[in-house]
Design a protein around this ligand. Structure first.
Ligand SMILES: Nc1nc2c(ncn2[C@@H]2O[C@H](COP(=O)(O)OP(=O)(O)O)[C@@H](O)[C@H]2O)c(=O)[nH]1
Ligand SMILES: [Mg+2]
Length: 269
């Protein structure tokens, strides 16, 4: 008799354990569904951010098309020499072209201060943590930088080889910089930006004797990602290779100026 009671208690315990196990499974399935829903919600938000960005970038492109202003979006790792290149470019071209600069950084006005001494309209965009520039940031600061007509607007993006490559800013050309201290394998490691950029600049070539950077291999790596890229190797320190860059830029300005009549683009004020 006692054995019978024990067996029935044990059986009840088994049932309870199996119910608990089923509950555990159910909770883990529910948790997975929650995670999936939150991931889907994030994807939706990201898609709508990208769509809004692309829409505004198209308006900016139409605005610059009407004004015949060439627009470049410069992208690289921090410290590869974007601002130094712009300093020298302004110094060499300020009497020939009206160049405006928008420069993005997570913090500080340092780059705008460096560039403002050349007399061109320059505006710093502080992103406060965002790792790239977006079209609405350009729109906001455009009226300042566009005082008068510009021949060229150059946007120095936040130093980063990944996020800035996905955000269209309405530019004519994305320009990627790779310095001789970064290693010639970076185009292979960060192919997205090297695929999208129409121009690749290999900077700081004055440092070649002090590094093991292989210039030919770097060029082959860039071409393996995007065969049509214009590759320009230069030093902002010594000026070596700089004339080719200035020729490239002035030629693009001429091409933009000689385009046929564009439809009236939107105004930004
Ligand atoms: N030796 C050498 N140093 C350079 C050259 N261009 C930039 N630099 C230095 O590299 C550092 C980062 O340059 P910067 O223009 O601020 O890079 P950014 O962060 O890409 O804007 C600074 O110390 C520059 O003086 C170059 O052509 N040669
Ligand atoms: Mg800079």
């Amino acid at each position: 008799m006692k054995i019978g009671v024990k067996q029935s208690v044990m059986a009840k315990l088994d049932v309870k354990q199996s119910v608990m196990a089923k509950l555990d499974v159910k909770q883990s399935v529910m948790a997975k569904i929650d995670v999936k829903q939150s991931v889907m919600a994030k994807i939706d938000v990201k898609q709508s951010v990208m769509e809004a960005n692309n829409e505004l970038a198209a308006k900016l492109r139409a605005h610059w098309a009407e004004r015949r202003a060439l627009t470049l979006n410069m992208i690289s790792s921090p410290g590869s020499g974007k601002t130094a290149l712009l300093e020298k470019t302004l110094l060499r071209l300020r009497d020939r072209l009206k160049i405006g600069i928008l420069v993005g950084d997570v913090q500080t006005e340092n780059d705008a201060k460096r560039l403002a001494v050349y007399g061109s309209p320059v505006k710093q965009i502080i992103t406060s943590g965002t790792c790239h520039l977006e079209a609405h940031m350009i729109e906001k600061h455009l009226p300042f930088v566009e005082q008068g007509d510009l021949d060229v607007l150059i946007i120095e993006n936040v130093g980063n080889l990944i996020c800035p490559s996905s955000y269209d800013l309405g530019e004519d050309f994305k320009v990627v910089l790779l310095s001789t201290t970064e290693g010639e394998d970076k185009p292979l490691k960060y192919p997205g930006i090297f695929r999208r950029a129409q121009v690749a600049m290999i900077t700081k070539i004055d440092l070649l004797p002090y590094t093991d950077f292989d210039l030919d291999l770097a060029e082959r790596n860039i071409r393996s990602i995007h065969n049509e890229t214009d590759i320009l190797a230069l030093s902002s320190r010594t000026g070596e290779g700089f004339d080719r860059w200035l020729d490239w830029l002035q030629q693009r300005v001429q091409e933009k100026r000689s385009l046929g009549a564009a439809e009236k683009g939107p105004e930004f004020s």
